[in-house]
Design a protein around this ligand. Structure first.
Ligand code: ARG
Length: 464
């Protein structure tokens, strides 16, 4: 036996006759990415130790020593003085080793009735739970910022598009409210996912439970888990809660990406609907005229990473036999990357929402092109008694005439319009205006300024 080795890697070394190579050490270690779970690891260890002591599995003195040691470790970590060692593989073994250095045998007793398998599953759940709470708050801030933007623009008219072609006039406030809805559903998804994250694996030990008289419900209460995981094999092996979280996160980024795409198009000088504050843009190193919407472009790009992380976790889980396998150590980097990316994106977008300048004149000019009120003319004819399909046909002919004459529907004289239907009267011009068109869509979920203002108040009420 290599004596030096057996001293170093205490967790399992006595079983081994030769040390792992440096490459294998580096390959198998996770400490340099899982050490961000240090505070939840300590939190979970303290809850476990408190239960061990309450159940007379360790002494009250051991628990007091563990608490004291963990306090010192927390301070060392906060001060950046804790030395993370690759040799000690992961966050769990690093902390346990330091604890033993600080408090002796009590540190060695901490792992009674526990395994790193249930320990890591607990840590990840605590970490994801805190991240969800953080992201839910950020989504709220973002939605409030979008509501402000919508409110300022509840009467600002722009063309709504389908197939990237001018469809019907809408208000910019209404358009922004569409995103408020999307991010609202994203919030619901996270809150729902949290319930399944919030279950306690500890007590499952390696896979089969433990022979010690543990009290899992006590630990669950201490750590504010809603319930325990009811099967020990499942508790240590599944990461479905993380996959679910990553799916919810991928949808958040997908919504951010769609918004990014629109911001980029709107900011393009050819469209010119908005300007984004300089602090979110960069110039070009060669073309002096450029102001590029870097933040939305990056967010659109980062969505690919977050979607990829979801696929990584699904693929990681697929075909793993029960129970724990080391594959699961690979869950952390995609998960953490997803959390970081979503948090950064939401924070920056919340700030950016306040830095959008709306160019109402350009929006209005665009809405006046492309026969945006053609549907209004058809509806007008229906209200005068024409069946909708016939009205549709009559207006299609009118639009064709406009295309030939290169004019808008509202540019045609009453006489000309009447050639397409004798039901058309002088009151038609009211419905052909942009204001008339949006004001007419005056029902729940419609684009009329009155409805937009009401919708804003509705969401504000929910967010209060
Ligand atoms: N670092 C490991 C992980 O992240 C901890 C669990 C290790 N368990 C084991 N049986 N090797 O999954």
């Amino acid at each position: 036996m290599t004596s030096q080795f057996s001293k170093k890697s205490e967790a399992w070394s006595a079983r081994f006759s030769e040390p792992v190579s440096d490459l294998v050490k580096r390959y198998t270690a996770s400490v340099f990415f899982d050490n961000r779970m240090a505070s939840v690891d300590i939190q979970a260890s303290l809850a476990h130790a408190e239960m061990l002591s309450a159940q007379n599995i360790i002494s009250p003195q051991d628990y007091a020593d563990i608490e004291r040691g963990m306090r010192i470790i927390s301070e060392e970590i906060a001060a950046g003085q804790f030395v993370w060692q690759l040799d000690l593989e992961d966050v769990h073994l690093n902390i346990e080793k330091r604890l033993t250095e600080l408090v002796g045998d009590a540190g060695k007793r901490l792992h009674t009735g526990r395994s790193r398998n249930d320990q890591v599953a607990t840590d990840i759940r605590l970490y994801v739970r805190a991240s969800i709470d953080n992201i839910v708050e950020l989504l709220r801030d973002f939605r409030l910022a979008l509501l402000d933007l919508a409110e300022k623009n509840s009467e600002t008219i722009l063309p709504g598009f389908t197939h990237m072609q001018v469809a019907q006039p809408i208000t910019f406030g209404h358009h922004i409210l569409a995103y408020v809805e999307m991010f609202g559903r994203d919030t619901e998804r996270l809150i729902d996912c949290r319930k399944r994250v919030n279950r306690l694996p500890l007590g499952a030990a390696a896979l089969a439970g433990t022979s010690f008289p543990i009290d899992r419900e006590r630990v669950a209460r201490t750590l504010q888990f809603e319930e325990v995981c009811f099967n020990s094999l499942d508790a240590v092996s599944d990461r479905d809660f993380a996959i679910e979280f990553c799916a919810a996160a991928a949808l958040i980024m997908t919504h951010i990406s769609r918004m990014s795409e629109e911001l980029i198009i709107w900011m393009s000088p050819r469209v010119g609907f908005i300007d984004i504050a300089d602090r979110f843009c960069t110039g070009s190193s060669i073309m002096p005229q450029k102001k590029n919407p870097d933040v939305p472009e990056l967010a659109r790009g980062k969505t690919g990473r977050v979607n990829g992380n979801l696929i990584a976790l699904l693929t990681l889980m697929k075909a793993q036999p029960l129970a724990y396998n080391k594959d699961n150590q690979e869950d952390k980097e995609p998960l953490f990357d997803t959390i970081d990316t979503v948090i950064d994106s939401l924070r920056i977008f919340t700030d950016m929402a306040g830095g959008i300048t709306v160019k109402a004149d350009a929006m209005r000019a665009a809405a006046l092109q492309g026969y945006a009120t053609a549907t209004d003319l058809a509806d007008y004819l229906v209200k005068k008694g024409l069946p909708f399909r016939d009205a549709h046909e009559a207006v299609a002919l009118a639009v064709r005439n406009c295309v030939a004459l290169n004019c808008d529907l509202s540019d045609m004289s009453l006489d000309t319009l009447q050639q397409f239907s004798n039901l058309i009267e002088a009151d038609v011009f009211a419905v052909l205006t942009l204001e008339g068109s949006i004001a007419a869509r005056d029902h729940l979920g419609g684009t009329a300024p009155k409805q937009v203002k009401w919708a804003i108040q509705r969401v504000r009420g929910i967010l209060q």
